[in-house]
Design a protein. Structure first.
Length: 581
């Protein structure tokens, strides 16, 4: 499908959130029509899955400033259809050199807001370095072509959608505190107060367009040194933050070995630590395969109970062991080993929910934990779709799963003066105090304590599932935003496709269940379960919390029999799936 002019744009919008339809060529799913259109444009221009995913990521930075941006970072899995090789790139933010273990603690207590709002929350951004490295290593098109749609979107402007409204509303006070962010993302009322722009209002980002143009011409150097780097460091330091031009100049992406496992005969490659998501995906699917070798019937209460209990235990391991493997000895191989997964599965009572606190610290499963037996419990509103995911599979079988974020909605709410670069608040993904929950209610331990140069633990879980017939061919590319709920969203989409044989559109639509060990609650989204099933789970001891909705799964599926691609964008958000006929 060629993408030209307004008529095409209207047609694209009309296609949003429909059931997955087949494509003979490449296919893409993202959280924004403009990003999917840019990805498709790259495929039409002869680019591959990487060109498409990187174009979409740069557009996402412009049109979804509340989810991701060039001031953030992320993870990507890239599969080469010809060689059958898959690579993982970690371009997540790192703690600045002057960061300290207790930088968010005063009088023995974590100061609320310090690691989420304002300049001290900012970690060294990795997105620009990551996107450009992906392009250099795997792409076919030059940066000037790949960045063009993002530059055009920044100049032309984006209109304020209902999603923008709800995200900006949630961060209104934070945005108001930064003059540059207010100038770009809010409007002045007649009374002189800073307010949400009305729905339909067009926001232009000329400063960001100039920054992107400089990057398109000068490469990552144009971001990590010179005018842009100085503006980032000056803005952060003027507000009491610690990021320096030296931190930016020293930033390096990190190639990682994809984490490998399997589910019911399908090979799975996912993101290793510092992602905590990949480990959870392999542990939970591995446990389910052991506990229900015959497969999982749709919404069967017994199967749901086993899923919740496996997830609870996976999140205990997450809290206890996971962090940046370059800084501590993260026992990744052991955590996804058949023996450990068998232990995890074997510890589940098939009839009764285990109280989360009973898994700490006296239990043999948690011995040696730095977590206390009474960790603070924070019950967050499930995170509202900051972070974003892009899935692409092209006509040649190359595939990209890329998840990227600035952490909380609108990140730290700080924009580097004159650059349009909205900066992340990724420092909140560290344990500000081991054992004390962060903005997602996640409790993490000593391996995730703050250290200069360290990557904070992440939930981002870009994942590829391979065909049973040919384990070198990608069958499903999937990922989601949703903070702590990302891994469980990915697990459920995979299970719906593999166990339920569900069409990928239906699989991303399905209601979801989430547990994260603390708080000890089973979150059920509004389309999750009917009352009788909920009652059965309650009778087993699960404390149910009804939650509006969460996540935004973006997935592309290849039918191994026909080779047709099917792409699906989660109807919970404003995204769109597209493909080549
Ligand atoms: N900042 C959200 C995550 O990486 O999990």
């Amino acid at each position: 499908m060629a993408v030209r002019g307004l008529a095409a744009a209207v047609l694209l919008l009309a296609c949003a959130a429909q059931a997955a339809r087949p494509y003979r060529g490449g296919a893409v799913a993202t959280a924004y029509p403009q990003a999917s259109a840019a990805a498709l444009e790259m495929l039409e221009k002869g680019g591959n899955a990487t060109d498409a995913a990187v174009a979409a990521a740069f557009v996402a930075a412009v049109v979804g400033p509340y989810h991701s941006g060039v001031g953030g970072g992320g993870f990507a899995l890239v599969h080469d259809g010809k060689s059958g090789e898959t690579k993982a790139l970690d371009f997540r933010e790192v703690a600045p050199k002057a960061a300290t273990r207790d930088m968010y603690v005063k009088d023995g207590k974590v100061v609320p807001g310090l690691s989420t709002d304002g300049p001290l929350a900012v970690a060294v951004p990795g997105a620009v370095a990551g996107y450009l490295q992906l392009l250099k290593e795997h792409g076919k098109l030059p940066p000037s072509v790949v960045l063009a749609p993002a530059i055009a979107a920044a100049r032309k402007g984006i209109w304020v959608t209902p999603r923008y409204h709800s995200m900006a509303n949630g961060r209104l006070e934070c945005l108001r505190r930064d003059a540059e962010a207010s100038r770009i993302f809010l409007v002045k009322s007649e009374g002189g107060t800073l307010e949400l722009p009305p729905l339909g209002h067009v926001l232009k980002q000329p400063d960001l367009a100039r920054t992107l143009e400089a990057v398109a011409k000068g490469g990552a150097r144009a971001f990590y040194s010179g005018r842009v780097a100085k503006a980032i460091a000056d803005t952060v330091q003027a507000g009491g933050g610690v990021l320096t031009v030296e931190d930016l100049a020293a930033y390096k992406t990190r190639p990682r070995q994809p984490l490998e496992g399997g589910y019911r005969g399908h090979r799975i490659l996912t993101m290793p630590p510092p992602s905590a998501g990949g480990v959870a995906v392999l542990q939970v699917l591995g446990a389910l395969e052991k506990l229900r070798p015959q497969g999982i019937a749709f919404k069967d209460p017994e199967a749901l109970h086993l899923y919740v209990e496996a997830v609870r235990r996976a999140y205990v391991d997450r809290a206890k062991y996971l962090g940046d493997p370059d800084f501590s000895d993260v026992p990744t191989a052991r955590l996804v080993s058949p023996g450990h997964i068998a232990d995890l599965a074997g510890s589940i009572d098939p009839k009764k929910a285990t109280a989360s606190l009973s898994l700490l610290p006296q239990s043999p499963r948690t011995q040696g934990s730095t977590l206390t037996d009474k960790p603070a419990v924070h019950t967050p509103e499930p995170e509202k779709k900051n972070t974003t995911h892009i899935s692409v599979i092209d006509k040649d079988g190359n595939a990209v799963a890329l998840t990227t974020t600035i952490n909380y909605g609108f990140g730290s709410c700080v924009v580097a003066k004159g650059t349009g670069v909205l900066l992340n608040d990724e420092m909140d993904d560290f344990a500000a105090q081991p054992g004390v929950p962060n903005a997602y209610g996640l409790v993490t331990g000593e391996p995730n304590a703050i250290q200069p140069g360290k990557v904070p633990q992440s939930s981002m879980t870009p994942t590829l599932v391979f065909s049973k017939e040919d384990p070198r061919k990608v069958m499903l590319a999937v990922g989601s935003p949703g903070g702590s709920t990302i891994p469980t969203t990915v697990i459920q989409v995979i299970s719906h496709v593999v166990d339920g044989g569900m069409d990928v559109g239906r699989a991303v639509n399905e209601g979801r269940l989430h547990h994260q060990y603390l708080p000890d609650e089973l979150w059920v989204d509004k389309w999750g379960l009917e009352p009788a099933t909920l009652a059965t789970l309650e009778a087993r001891g699960h404390k149910i919390r009804r939650v509006d909705q969460w996540g935004d799964a973006e997935a592309v599926f290849v039918d191994p029999k026909t080779g047709l691609r099917y792409s699906a964008s989660d109807p919970r958000n404003e995204g769109m799936s597209l493909g080549q006929d």
